[in-house]
Ligand binder design. Structure first.
Ligand code: FE2
Length: 331
């Protein structure tokens, strides 16, 4: 007997094996997959094989789904890495597909960025994974430069184990939007901002992401350990990241505050670059608006009000006002 159960993230357990949903639009015609693709013919039926690995996915294959209620494909959890590589390879094609609506493109771009950050943070950083991060950051800048769409299409709030991954992607999206609003329109600077923002917490992978998920207060020793993540991230990116000064500065100084109360260098005032101030605002705002073990998420305007009330000496208030405008309001 086949047993299927469902989890919150849309995972399906089929006969004791776990399957992940993938978007229909992410599978391109005239490509060959190196993973098996499954689908569910109807909500009451179990998963069945749709397209076997190494068999070309053609227009005809895709059209078999026309006029059916199928909303996604599934892949076996062991094929996640192959799927993510496939997504990386076809992201450019997907983002330039005139037949695909912008919201779907944004969702697929987010999936790809999330998978890339997961790879970067879960495993010891490598040149290859960092290059993948830079590629997805470049795609995000190009996409946001070319589209006029609500920022929320490029944001997700995922708590628990995935917090650090979704946080990194969200901070990148907010930072690009704020940098553009603040007058930075040259692609090279925006890419550096995106690289730095996406990788800003790469050092957390080295100090123990479990500290980031810990319920209850951190001990002074744990807190000191957390405070080493900017310099650890900076060091590894300096060695193997091939990043520019703007991105490295962001990674090293995203926890600095204008009044000198930040870390690790207690920089103050003009010693903080404009780009660091941009990412600091994005970082604080995303942390406030996401469920964390020690606090429930705040809605957008309570979070902005808190920042205005409690951090006027710590964050750049001119940039903050621009950020409030991006979020669609005034305080
Ligand atoms: Fe951080």
């Amino acid at each position: 007997m086949i047993v299927e159960t469902f989890s919150e993230e849309g995972l399906v357990s089929h006969d004791g094996e776990l399957y992940l949903p993938v978007r229909l639009e992410a599978i391109r015609v005239n490509t060959t997959l190196d993973f098996d693709l499954y689908f569910r013919p109807s909500p009451a039926q179990p998963l069945v094989l749709y397209c076997e690995r190494s068999v070309p996915f053609t227009e005809e294959t895709r059209d078999r789904l026309k006029n059916t209620p199928v909303e996604c494909f599934y892949i076996h959890q062991d094929s996640k890495r192959q799927y993510n590589r496939y997504l990386d390879e076809h992201l450019e094609d997907i983002l330039h597909d005139p037949g695909l609506d912008v919201r779907k493109k944004a969702e697929i771009l987010y999936d790809s960025a999330l998978a890339t950050v997961e790879l970067i943070l879960l495993e010891p950083p490598s040149k290859e994974s960092i290059e993948r991060g830079k590629t997805v950051a470049r795609h995000t800048v190009d996409f946001m430069n070319a589209q006029d769409f609500p920022l929320e299409h490029l944001l997700r709030h995922i708590s628990c184990d995935y917090y650090l991954y979704s946080h990194s992607v969200n901070v990148m999206a907010y930072s690009i939007a704020l940098a553009r609003r603040a007058g930075h329109h040259d692609a090279a600077s925006l890419r550096e901002v995106a690289n730095g923002a996406l990788l800003h917490d790469i050092g957390m992978g080295m100090v123990g992401p479990e500290l980031c998920r810990k319920e209850g207060a951190l001990t002074p020793q744990e807190w000191n350990q957390i405070k080493t993540h900017p310099s650890k991230g900076y060091q590894v990116l300096l060695e193997i990241g091939n990043l520019g000064e703007i991105a490295l500065d962001i990674v090293m100084h995203h926890h600095e505050r204008l009044d000198g109360s930040g870390y690790p260098d207690h920089l103050r005032g003009d010693a903080l670059s404009h780009f660091v101030c941009i990412v600091a605002i994005a970082d604080i705002f995303d942390a406030l608006t996401t469920d964390r073990p020690y606090q429930p998420r705040r809605k957008t305007f309570p979070a902005l009000s808190l920042m205005q009330r409690e951090m006027p000496r710590q964050i750049d208030m001119t940039l903050f006002r621009s950020f409030v405008e991006i979020m669609g309001g005034t305080l």
